[in-house]
Design a protein around this ligand. Structure first.
Ligand code: NAG
Ligand code: NAG
Ligand code: NAG
Ligand code: NAG
Ligand code: NAG
Ligand code: NAG
Ligand code: NAG
Length: 853
């Protein structure tokens, strides 16, 4: 389609605007992206072009624009404009015969002039199939705790060459109207074939001519994969699965090492991106434990429908048959059991080869039971070498029944949307938050580092009555209905003998008080490494070898038992190479202690300025920034909820003895299901000099606030001066302002660390500074994601390693691939190595390495 030059300039353009060059291979040619209600269309934050919908509809309708832009919107296109139908209205799109499509609808149920969004109920038919009925975008978004939503359908090949989308306002509600913000139509390969019907032996169901709705799509034990990182331009979104795991048995995350290449063999690469196959959940190392439970995922779904469950597998640990053999049950019925139990290597013949299995399950509505349960347990009858199971990815699709795919609106809790913030208990929470802020500031001033982390906990737990879990029929797993999470937490809390849930206890170690006393010489003051609002932090040695940092809760502190438990519950689940991890805790005789990794080299700041320590080389600094970025990226996308750090600064980036950067003090704000609009409204917390101006103004927190702070960190690393230095002339006090000012004037080089002068190549410096500058964009949605930041820093690092871009042999195509490889892993994509056309890789490598041209 592209001529060569066009192709190249497109590519250059992508790189210039900081997008992953992988986007290039996305054909997108035949996709239709409509920004509804917009005159000219535009480009979204992924660089995709949306056109105006005007020429696709001739029905009577109104174009409108939302009056407020929620800070969680990924971009203004297509969300900020809408088309509104007060009477039945139709879009007419042309399609190819015999082609399967994704059809996605984007809704932003915000305030629009002269419209009351809560009155909007409508149906949506596509060529006679009902996709939505009595649909309220506002209720659906509220139930999901998000400001915007999208729904994905897969349309079976049709014999018509046009698609009529009919929006019809409900006649049951006065003043009702239909609205739509974006429509996306993407041609896709034939993803579906036939599948066995669970519970009916030897029956299969033909899927090729079924229309479906995507309900869940999970990268099991892996990271969120955004549409632009999906394989073959299919633009799917993959979410982490942990929210859906039932009870305390969450198994263990396993991950293929970086060297692994997924070998698709006969499986088309579009089935799922390599990242899905490179992470998996197994049951854990203990055979006895594993024999005793089912690793179970539970999903809320609509009754009276048939569902397709697709399980993705790839074995990257075992390499022969009968090592890991397990049974699979769907809704307590055998899907894959002895003598036909699942053995991935038996299916694929080799390690690192992916495969998937489809199962169809009929969910009738008896007992009003509207859940789908996927369970796995070892198959002892098969006498495998290990009693364990594995799952890499999971998708659930609802199959059309009688020309219908529509379910009821989800139920939201009885309280009106804003009541939460006025209710008594939440006032109490705010009060606590306030206390914590004060305590935190004192602590932060007294002892930079570990301690502050532990004190400043703002945790807005979703208050839920068991049994009133919101039921969401749409596909909104991002903040999931934490069905299971809340259940297990509740059971943990009600356990009187210990306040800590079994899950947390399973994940971290419980220390006895004598052990702690022994480690710290009975809390000897010479072991103190920090002091904060809530007590002292000691260094200590456990088991005579493991160095740890121990935070001892001051008995008179504000931080009560609940916060202590909350912290353990949350921290014990967060494990990442670039996060300071919780090793265990002690709860005995009114003593409460938390035990952390000890970071031998202290904070990043103490290596930057006002120090006698040797200066860090530019490469070391970049590597530290990259490590910290990885940790933050994990907090933002890899955990159960988006976790916003809230206090990113150089004293919260710690270094272990090998100079590995670890983020500490992750303040545990989570944007969970209780967040109405994808942000947290709260008392402003954080450190001056690093505070996101938008957060300050609006008191609404999103992960983009962390991006801003990280931008300040990047400049701090480059300039080796504090974020705030009141002793300087006024315009120079704030590093963020001063650096941006100097950048604009083109004199940034005057303020970089004198020790670095002349030691950074221009290209590398430009890349770094551009990234930092973008992070400091005034408004959140203009800032890059942590994944993008990471990508750019890695890119900069690559430029250090060959500052002049000289064509030394290790800088040739091979290492380029390695670069892409690494980047893609970190931002959740890996397509380049597998399906990037050779042409694009070569071109890309020339751009990165100009002398190679
Ligand atoms: C949609 O377009 C097709 C061909 O362009 C036309 O035949 C059909 O009548 C149109 N339908 C409507 C409802 O306008
Ligand atoms: C919107 O409509 C609902 C229900 O009809 C009503 O309770 C609410 O007050 C209306 N909101 C506005 C801003 O008019
Ligand atoms: C990756 O491969 C290289 C060379 O093949 C090897 O030296 C290295 O140990 C491998 N790394 C891992 C984590 O297996
Ligand atoms: C499912 O079908 C049964 C029988 O036709 C009906 O009673 C029930 O209300 C239906 N449930 C839903 C959720 O539509
Ligand atoms: C499956 O079994 C579990 C426990 O044995 C039970 O709670 C659940 O309701 C059952 N689910 C179905 C769909 O039968
Ligand atoms: C796992 O679930 C299946 C189906 O519900 C059940 O038959 C089996 O007993 C369970 N296994 C264990 C160990 O709980
Ligand atoms: C439409 O949805 C609302 C909200 O879920 C529900 O209360 C109402 O009963 C539904 N109306 C019809 C006709 O199904």
């Amino acid at each position: 389609m592209f001529t060569n030059t066009l192709f190249v300039s497109y590519l250059v353009c992508l790189i210039v605007v900081f997008f992953n060059p992988i986007d290039v291979v996305l054909s997108g040619d035949e996709s239709i992206l409509l920004s509804c209600g917009s005159k000219d269309g535009g480009t979204d934050s992924d660089g995709r072009k949306w056109e105006s919908d005007a020429k696709y509809t001739s029905s009577e309708s109104k174009m409108t624009k939302a009056t407020n832009q929620d800070s969680s919107l990924p971009s203004t296109i297509p969300y900020m404009t809408a088309r509104v139908f007060t009477k039945e209205g139709t879009y007419n799109l042309s399609v190819k015969k015999n082609q399967r499509y994704w059809l996605r609808f984007y809704f932003y149920p915000a305030t629009y002039p002269d419209l009351n969004i809560t009155n909007s109920y409508f149906s949506l038919d596509v060529n006679g199939i009902t996709l939505l009925n009595n649909f309220s975008a506002s209720i659906t978004a509220q139930a999901a705790g998000q400001a915007f939503i999208f729904e994905e359908y897969s349309l079976a090949p049709m014999d018509s060459d046009n698609l009529e989308l009919t929006f019809k306002p409900s006649d049951k509600y006065p003043g009702s109207f239909a609205f739509i913000n974006g429509i996306e139509l993407v041609p896709i390969p034939d993803l579906f074939d036939k599948a066995p019907l669970v519970g009916f032996s030897d029956q299969t169901m033909e899927m090729q001519s079924s229309n479906m709705q995507t309900m869940f799509r999970l990268n099991v034990a892996g990271q969120y994969i955004p549409p632009k990182a999906d394989s073959d331009g299919l633009m799917r979104t993959w979410y982490n699965d942990q929210t859906y795991i039932w009870g305390a048995g969450i198994g263990a995350n396993i991950e293929a090492d970086d060297n692994t290449t997924i070998n698709y063999k006969d499986l088309p690469s579009y089935v799922a991106p390599p990242d899905v196959y490179m992470t998996a959940r197994s049951m854990g190392p203990d055979a006895h434990v594993n024999l005793d439970y089912n690793l179970t995922w539970i999903f809320d779904i609509d009754g009276n429908f048939t569902y397709l469950v697709r399980l993705h597998f790839c074995e990257f640990v075992m390499d022969s048959v009968n090592q890991r053999v397990f049974n699979i049950y769907i809704n307590n019925q055998s899907a894959q059991v002895y003598p036909d139990a699942a053995d991935v290597i038996a299916w694929t013949k080799e390690k690192n080869v992916p495969t998937y299995r489809d199962y169809v399950i009929v969910i009738d509505d008896k007992l009003g039971d509207k859940e789908l349960r996927v369970a796995m347990s070892p198959s002892p009858e098969s006498k495998p070498q290990y009693y364990d199971s594995i799952l890499n990815g999971l998708e659930v699709f609802k199959i059309e029944g009688g020309k219908n795919l529509a379910g009821p609106n989800p139920k939201i809790e009885a309280a009106p949307p804003n009541a939460g913030s006025n209710s008594k208990s939440s006032q109490n929470k705010d009060h606590k938050t306030n206390m914590n802020v004060i305590g935190g500031a004192a602590g932060g001033a007294a002892a930079f580092g570990l301690l502050a982390a532990l004190c400043i906990v703002v945790y807005q737990r979703k208050k839920r009555v068991p049994g009133s879990e919101s039921h969401t029929s749409s596909w909104l797993p991002i903040y999931g209905h934490s069905h299971t999470g809340s259940k297990s937490t509740i059971s943990g809390k009600s356990n009187a003998s210990s306040h800590i849930s079994a899950m947390a206890q399973g994940l971290c170690r419980r220390f006895s008080l004598p052990e702690i006393k022994h480690a710290t010489k009975n809390f000897d003051d010479s072991y103190v490494i920090g002091v904060g609002g809530f007590g002292k932090v000691y260094k200590g040695v456990l088991d005579n070898k493991i160095k740890v940092a121990i935070k001892r809760s001051n008995p008179s502190s504000e931080q009560g038992v609940n916060e202590f438990c909350t912290e353990i519950e949350m921290l014990s689940k967060l494990r990442h190479k670039h996060l300071v991890s919780l090793i265990g805790f002690c709860e005995e005789d009114n003593e409460m202690c938390l035990v952390y990794d000890y970071m031998a080299l202290g904070t990043l700041r103490e290596h930057l300025y006002n120090t006698k320590k040797p200066t860090l080389s530019w490469k070391q600094r970049l590597e530290i920034c990259i490590g910290a970025a990885r940790g933050l990226h994990y907090l933002h996308t890899g955990a159960k909820y988006t976790i916003i750090h809230r206090d990113v600064k150089t004293t919260n980036i710690l270094l272990d003895e090998n100079w590995v950067a670890k983020v500490s003090d992750f303040g545990l704000s989570k944007t969970g299901p209780n967040m109405e609009n994808g942000h947290v409204s709260t008392v402003v917390k954080g450190s001056f000099g690093y505070l996101d101006p938008e957060y300050f103004r609006r008191q609404q927190l999103t992960e983009k606030s962390d991006i801003y702070s990280f931008g300040v960190v990047l400049f701090e690393v480059l300039c080796a001066r504090p974020a705030l230095n009141p002793s300087l002339p006024k315009e120079q006090v704030s590093l963020a302002d001063w650096a941006l000012h100097c950048k604009k004037k083109g004199v940034l080089e005057d303020i970089i660390d004198p020790d670095l002068k002349g030691k950074i190549s221009q290209e590398c410096l430009n890349k770094f500074v551009d990234t930092a500058e973008k992070c400091l964009s005034e408004v959140g949605y203009e800032r890059p994601s942590m994944g993008d930041v990471l990508w750019n820093l890695e890119f900069a690092l690559q430029l250090v390693e060959s500052p002049d871009g000289a064509s030394t042999s290790d800088r040739s195509y091979g290492s380029e691939e390695a670069l892409l490889n690494r980047n893609n892993r970190s931002v959740g994509s890996e397509r380049e190595t597998n399906e990037g056309s050779e042409g694009s890789s070569v071109i890309f490598s020339q751009i990165v390495n100009p002398t190679g041209r």
